[in-house]
Design a protein around this ligand. Structure first.
Ligand code: DGJ
Length: 733
């Protein structure tokens, strides 16, 4: 009895020592950040740090785990991948029904390995295992060191004898430590994409999700910003930008836990998606892609852009084609002659390509409106008696390339495809059909449908090898989710949402294996599908059908936090009341195109458009491949200002747009401080895109140092008479 206190003291002293010896620390690093995990005395792996990089790696062992994060606190809030049904009461990352019906899972740390894939890319794999059930979970962290980007996904392996069911299977479970958390998420609808809202997160869970099946970003995208401690700012403060690379239903949960830290769980939406996993099979989740910056959203977005161009977007470091699209110019009302005249208009304008939109196909039920023909991808003989081959030749003879619109995942009930293959259509036979834009979705979970969709694209290219571009549209959401194919295979319907998207990716994979380079635009009735998995297969995306230029400034501004200009298609149309110069100036800040009736332009407008395209072509290295800097925020000012700087810092372009028509003598009363230039270089500034014989009020003879422009700044003199001002900034050689 007497000895007991001593024994206790000894135990208290030994236990932490032993633990200190056993505890494994896993450090994942990028150029500026460290993500650090530590296993506890029970081999549960926890996130102990995510933030600015530690100068001395070995000091990680001193990082304290958040207080009270022990079992008696109802689970461990900072688990790297929170299991459910056992000791953790927090929102789980994974929830499994085991082969015997048991619903508990525990995950213990086994090992961590880092593999260098290149000078800049490393892959860390962490293995976790359930000590009772034969479940293995591997967490993957791919780091892109210079870009400060982490791509994280998970693989779940079933080594049990029977099938298990994955009820929830997140891609990532992050843990962030700060006093306060501010979430910016985006909401909207058709033509209202990317409306931002920033708010402080309070206790409880805030969820971003979609259950739409396809066109899943219609109401909100899987894209977000978290600012730590204070609301997000352009050039200061710690912010995390993220996007879930998944084009299907998603769920992203932000939980401020009882310790006032942030648990972030992102992945496929478990809604109606319990996924059976056969013995020995693995399930790979999509990736959560994120970047953490200690210098605000500006740096974070440039890191995202650099990463996306180099590692993700198809041909991200290549060039892009300017184009003339006929959607708003003709809608469904065109024929061969009208089109060949449009080719000439495109040539006259000076664009690289003509893009033929919806309405060129189907014969039994001609596509003369959006109520018929989808699925029947043969040229409409009345409109195009000589076929696409003839059109492509004519375009080539005129000196421009030819691209085409497709919506291969969809079908109108009024179509031959529907008549032939009703079982290829997603529907519930016992319920009335319910349409979105008069159409239904094809069952891409069915390999035959995948072959068919691949065949649509393959046939087009086989018959028309000179086809230069595809706009891939997707207008409907999935109502009455049900797959006749899964039913015929005796498979569970709850795998449908996942299998659909996997089917889509597998088709895109096949297309890219055979046609690796052809540029394709990702479109979904506007920006209904914009994510970093789909963009592996696409060179660009269509942000919104809303092309009213004032609206566009805001839409493009918000996309620009996550996606680079090279991928963001901006078309000049007749939406709104703004003059042509304003419309073109706005479209120029991304991948520029036109969707207007060129014939309606007067001589002065035509000449302006032609010169603007030439200016654009000259400035492409800065706009498409350079660094983007947001200078003046249109949400807090009467004008927007942003600039792009080429990587060698010799060429830059500054875009300025008036966004308010309230009475102001000058909207930009003082100089705007520029960013991203070389302080030691001299620059000359010249206003371009001047309409007609307008003269610029700005002096273009002065040579300013980059340092001066980034300290004092330069006034673009935006006002109601100069509602858009584009400045070309060139280093003096
Ligand atoms: C929706 C797209 O967003 C538009 O640009 C256009 O291609 C139409 N579909 C065609 O139906």
């Amino acid at each position: 009895m007497k000895r007991k206190p001593l024994l206790w003291i000894l135990c208290l002293w030994i236990a932490p020592q032993l633990y200190a010896q056993q505890a494994t620390i896993v450090q994942i690093e990028t150029k500026s950040n460290s993500l650090i995990f530590k296993s506890d005395e029970n081999k549960r792996l926890r996130t102990i740090y995510f933030g600015k990089k530690l100068q001395n790696k070995e000091e990680a062992k001193w990082i304290p785990t958040p207080s009270k994060s022990t079992d008696d606190n109802s689970g461990i809030c900072n688990a790297v991948y929170t299991p459910s049904g056992s000791w953790s009461m927090f929102e789980p990352a994974i929830n499994i029904t085991h082969a015997d019906g048991n619903i508990s899972t525990e995950l213990l740390f086994q090992s961590a390995q880092e593999q260098k894939e290149s000078e800049n890319v490393s892959l860390t794999t962490i293995l976790l295992k359930d000590p009772v059930y034969q479940t293995e979970v591997r967490l993957f962290y791919k780091t892109y060191i210079q870009e400060d980007v982490i791509e994280q996904w998970t693989e779940i392996k079933n080594l049990e004898k029977g099938t298990i069911t994955l009820q929830k299977y997140a891609s990532a479970n992050l843990y962030l430590n700060a006093e306060k958390f501010y979430l910016t998420n985006y909401y909207g609808n058709w033509a209202q994409e990317m409306r931002p809202k920033e708010m402080e997160l309070t206790g409880g869970i805030k969820v971003l999700d979609s259950k739409l099946g396809t066109r899943t970003n219609l109401f909100e995208p899987p894209t977000f910003t978290i600012a730590l401690n204070k609301a997000s700012a352009e050039d200061e403060g710690e912010v995390l930008l993220g996007n879930l690379g998944w084009s299907g239903n998603f769920k992203i949960e932000f939980e401020v836990d009882p310790l006032h830290n942030l648990r972030l769980i992102a992945g496929i939406n478990p809604h109606a998606s319990a996924y059976p996993l056969a013995s020995n099979a693995s399930f790979k989740t999509p990736s959560l892609i994120y970047t953490l910056s200690q210098h605000g959203k500006g740096l974070a977005s440039r890191n995202f852009h650099n990463w996306a161009r180099k590692y993700r977007i198809l041909d991200g470091t290549g060039d892009r084609l300017t184009l003339l699209n006929n959607w708003e110019a003709t809608y469904f009302d065109f024929d061969q002659n009208k089109l060949t005249n449009l080719f000439k208009d495109g040539k006259k304008l000076g664009v690289d390509m003509f893009l033929l939109d919806d309405g060129w196909f189907a014969n039994k039920y001609p596509r003369n409106g959006d109520n018929a023909g989808l699925g029947d991808w043969e040229e409409n003989r009345k409109k195009l008696p000589d076929g696409l081959g003839y059109l492509i030749k004519e375009a080539q003879n005129t000196g421009i390339k030819f691209g085409i619109w497709l919506e291969p995942e969809m079908v109108n009930p009024k179509s031959e495809l529907y008549e032939k293959h009703p079982d290829w259509v997603v529907k519930q036979v016992q319920r009335p059909e319910h349409y979105f834009r008069n159409q239904l979705v094809l069952d891409l979970a069915n390999p035959k449908v995948q072959d068919y969709v691949f065949g649509v694209v393959d046939n087009l290219f086989t018959k028309n090898p000179a086809l230069a571009f595809i706009k891939w549209d997707c207008n409907a959401v999935i109502f009455n989710a049900n797959s006749a194919f899964l039913q015929s295979q005796g498979q569970s319907q709850s795998r449908f949402y996942v299998d659909y998207i996997r089917g889509l990716y597998s088709v895109l994979e096949r297309i890219r294996a055979k046609y690796p380079k052809v540029p394709m635009m990702l479109c979904s009735g506007g920006g209904g599908r914009v994510d970093y998995e789909a963009l592996k297969y696409f060179t660009e995306f269509w942000p919104s059908d809303n092309t009213e230029p004032l609206e566009r400034i805001f839409i493009q501004w918000n996309y620009s936090y996550y996606f680079p200009a090279i991928a963001t298609c901006n078309h000049v149309t007749d939406w709104g009341k703004q003059p042509l110069k304003f419309r073109i100036d706005v479209a120029m800040m991304g991948k520029m195109g036109f969707d207007i009736v060129v014939e309606h332009l007067n001589a002065e407008e035509l000449q302006f458009a032609q010169t603007a395209i030439q200016n654009y072509n000259k400035l492409k290295p800065a706009i498409l491949q350079g660094d983007q800097y947001r200078l003046v925020d249109p949400y807090t000012h009467d004008f927007a200002s942003l600039m792009y700087v080429s990587t060698d810092k010799n060429q830059a372009v500054m875009f300025n747009y008036l966004v308010s028509n309230r009475y102001e003598s000058t909207a930009s009363p003082k100089p705007v401080v520029l960013k991203g230039l070389d302080p030691n270089k001299k620059y000359r500034i010249q206003e371009i895109n001047l309409f007609g014989n307008k003269k610029s009020s700005l002096n273009s003879n002065t040579e300013y140092s980059g340092s001066y422009l980034m300290t004092v700044g330069y006034n673009p003199e935006v006002n109601s008479g100069r509602s858009s001002v584009i400045l070309e900034i060139g280093a003096v050689k």
